[in-house]
Design a protein around this ligand. Sequence first.
Ligand code: HEC
Ligand code: HEC
Length: 324
Amino acid sequence: MSTFLSVFVTVISLGTIFGCLALLIWCSRDKMGMEEGAPTGHTYDGIAELNNPLPKWWTYLFIFMVVFALIYLALYPGLGNFKGLLGWQSSNQNVRSLEEYHAASADAREQGKLVQYEREMVKADEVFGAKFRELTYEADGTTYRAIADIALDENATKVGQRLFLQNCAQCHGSDARGARGFPNLTDADWLYGGTPEQIKTTLLHGRKGAMPAWGASLGEDGVREVTSYVLSLSGRKVDAVEAQKGQARFAMCAACHGMDGKGNQAMGAPNLTDGIWLYGGSRAAVEDSVRNGRGGVMPAWKDILGEDKVHLLASYVYSLNNSK
Ligand code: HEC
Ligand code: HEC
């Protein structure tokens, strides 16, 4: 907040409080030169106004509220840039990255001054952490249950689904069927592999697709030809001559997508032969992929959610493709 705004807010807040107090004192002192209870001469619809003082209970309540407001404003942030004597914060403010967040939070922990948000998180962890451990660990409490087993446990996948709705649905959709650029997680078609370990690795560390842009090296003709070849791989009708020329150029794509175009999960290079398109299968969309490249980013969740929740989420994702 700028200094001007800070002073502005402070003056208005304190001015209002003290102004009201002054009004109250003035009203309780001024008897208008009349006896208490004497008619003031004002009548409204036959109701006469008498010169009575403000009710005592009301006056005390008002004074109490003024005192409360002043104590509150002294203890908590509210007056412009003044942080309050208690140093209370709703969250770690001005934090711009996960690293800064962890640093700020470790700092606060050391000083025994957790912000409100973190106190709530710690409390939630105490209540629910045990539940997550119960669902994800073997009875001995030290080794994880197999992801494929948890995936058959309806109770666990229900909790996994909640976690998914909170953390993943904004990108992958609440039904996990994805959207343009965000893979469908229910179709058993995997960029990075669908084994329990591969899914868990994807969630823990994130993924970054890296399809180079070919527009400059292929030229417009080259882009069109190679696109025709790519479309022909999934049985689409294309100009045969163009596709043949494109096939000759596909050698430079094969390093990642494989000679047969079936993709490579080690690099997250999609299978181009199955008619499933991450970025759309229209000629224009495929040309766009080839010309300008693509770089989808799946965030890493290890530091955000912790491994227990990731294990549970991996089971949920696994269950979407491997139900009974
Ligand atoms: C900010 C958007 C975003 C969020 C949030 C997100 N993802 Fe992703 N996810 C992606 C993108 C984009 C990809 C594809 C990366 C690529 O193109 O290489 C991906 C890929 C994946 C894959 C790999 C799919 C495959 O075919 O191999 C899995 C599994 C996955 N996400 C699960 C999750 C789960 C579970 C969560 C919640 C914890 C989550 N994602 C949250 C964007 C997101
Ligand atoms: C360095 C490895 C690499 C090379 C070389 C490469 N690709 Fe890709 N390609 C990828 C990756 C990785 C993706 C997925 C990008 C993402 O997930 O955001 C991709 C995505 C695509 C897509 C989008 C697929 C979809 O489902 O929407 C098309 C089309 C494509 N590549 C065609 C080609 C063609 C044609 C060539 C050769 C001119 C080529 N690629 C060369 C790695 C590569």
